[in-house]
Design a protein around this ligand. Structure first.
Ligand SMILES: *Cc1c(COP(=O)(O)O)cnc(C)c1O
Length: 340
């Protein structure tokens, strides 16, 4: 894999740390748990979209784009990181936000990532749940073209082969860290949504023949659909990397038992996982993605899915800014006292 062949804007703080979670490991019993800190990628509170955006914005600049159009749910971490990249690069950013949850809490609608989108100067268009978001981006692009602008559309979550390069590169980074530390990794877990993170990791791990299995914890789609989406994108990413055919269908595994009531809606296990990571490790997860991924990790450890001598790496995909949009879901006594 030769990443220097691809256009890229280097804004991420890399490599992100790989750290042990000893208090959590002790509390749960079982394997030793580690965390790969992609919440620390450095752009506007960090997160996994930053690695993808380095390659996507690299391509956009090579195409002389001057306006970036992208989309996501109201509390999208992807949109926030895109808005920050655009601010840093002097590009216009137009974000289309889909009201996927129907929540009318003012914190959800205006705080958290939405506040940051606006602070970074993005223009925001709110659309109802079920809107054809691909068509909405194309319509916006046509309007900008009509005004003599050069738009570049980034798909939801930055998940296409260009964006997924960022996670193929992360696979290389993580395996190099583990090699330097003398740490044999038994498995990697992370939250999977629009598929680019898992697809890039699978392609990268396969291309370097790392022999490390990967488990995506789903946040939206049912298992069959999620795995099919990841597999298709992983194959396309491997092609782009110059390693066609390295990914097989069996390499792509998603567990969708922790989605809860639906995308963007946390359940008791999500909230408990966020509180556990906060209180045992001082780490901030989010209610849409990393909290569900961690709920899966915690439950699987408790069920004995991993041997005691294994090293399990949880990839922290970020999202803490979203906490401020979901304040009403947290019931710590101190918070309750303040709001009642
Ligand atoms: C987008 C996102 C994910 C999911 O990554 P995909 O590449 O969309 O599958 C996980 N965690 C957080 C915090 C995210 O913002």
């Amino acid at each position: 894999m030769h990443f220097a062949r691809f256009d890229r804007v280097r804004l991420a703080h890399l490599p992100t740390p790989l750290e042990p979670m000893d208090r959590l490991s002790k509390a749960l019993g079982g394997p030793r748990l580690w965390i790969k800190r992609d919440d620390c990628t450095g752009v506007s509170t960090g997160g996994n979209k930053t690695r993808k955006l380095e390659f996507l914005l690299g391509e956009a600049l090579a195409q002389k784009a001057d306006v970036i159009i992208t989309q996501g749910a109201t509390q999208s971490n992807h949109v926030r990181q895109t808005a920050a990249f655009c601010a840093r690069l002097g590009l216009e950013c137009h974000a289309i936000l889909e009201d996927r949850t129907g929540f009318d809490d003012p914190d959800y609608r205006l705080n958290g990532n939405v506040l940051l989108d606006a602070l970074h100067g993005a223009t925001i268009e709110h659309v109802p749940a079920g809107t054809d978001m691909v068509a909405a981006c194309e319509t916006a692009a046509a309007e900008f073209s009509g005004k003599n602008k050069t738009p570049y559309i980034i798909p939801g979550g930055g998940s296409n082969p260009t964006g997924a390069l960022g996670y193929a590169n992360c696979a290389l980074e993580l395996v190099n860290q583990a090699n330097d530390m003398g740490l044999p990794i038994s498995r990697i877990l992370h939250a999977t949504g629009s598929a680019g993170t898992q697809a890039g990791l699978v392609a990268g791990l396969r291309a370097i023949n790392a022999g490390i299995p990967l488990l995506g914890i789903g946040v939206r789609a049912p298992k069959d659909k999620q795995e099919a989406n990841v597999f298709a994108l992983a194959q396309a990413t491997a092609d782009k990397l110059g390693c066609p055919g390295v990914v097989s269908r069996d390499d792509v595994v998603a567990n969708t038992d922790y989605v809860g009531p639906g995308y963007g809606i946390p359940n008791a296990a999500t909230i408990a996982a966020i509180e556990t990571f906060s209180q045992l490790e001082g780490l901030l997860l989010d209610p849409v993605y990393s909290g569900k991924g961690a709920a899966g990790l915690i439950d699987l450890v408790r069920k004995g899915a991993f041997a005691d001598d294994q090293n399990i790496v949880f990839l922290h995909t970020g999202g803490s800014a979203g906490l401020f949009g979901y304040r009403s879901f947290f019931k710590e006594p101190e918070i309750r006292n303040l709001v009642t």
